[in-house]
Design a protein. Structure first.
Length: 83
């Protein structure tokens, strides 16, 4: 779950002008709580994915390749990805 939170925070801090949104910043604690679920669903919606709150292969692939692959190769082994 730490990798998901790291990726979501990276996405939040790189979304565009006037961002990040403080209400979208997550404490990276490795726990899948309500705040992580809320931000994950917002991410899925922004990426035109089904906002179901599940980190399956599509969501995991986007989270890893778009936000983590250069900084944390460990996450590839724990996030579900298509590649």
């Amino acid at each position: 779950m730490t990798c998901v939170q790291l990726a979501l925070n990276h996405w939040n801090s790189n979304r565009g002008p006037g961002l990040p949104h403080p209400e979208m910043a997550l404490d990276v604690d490795g726990q899948f709580g309500g705040e992580t679920l809320r931000v994950l669903k917002a991410y899925q919606s922004a990426q035109n994915l089904d906002a179901d709150g599940v980190v399956g292969p599509q969501t995991g692939d986007l989270l890893y390749w778009a936000h983590l692959h250069q900084s944390d190769p460990y996450c590839h082994s724990v996030l579900p990805t298509k590649s």
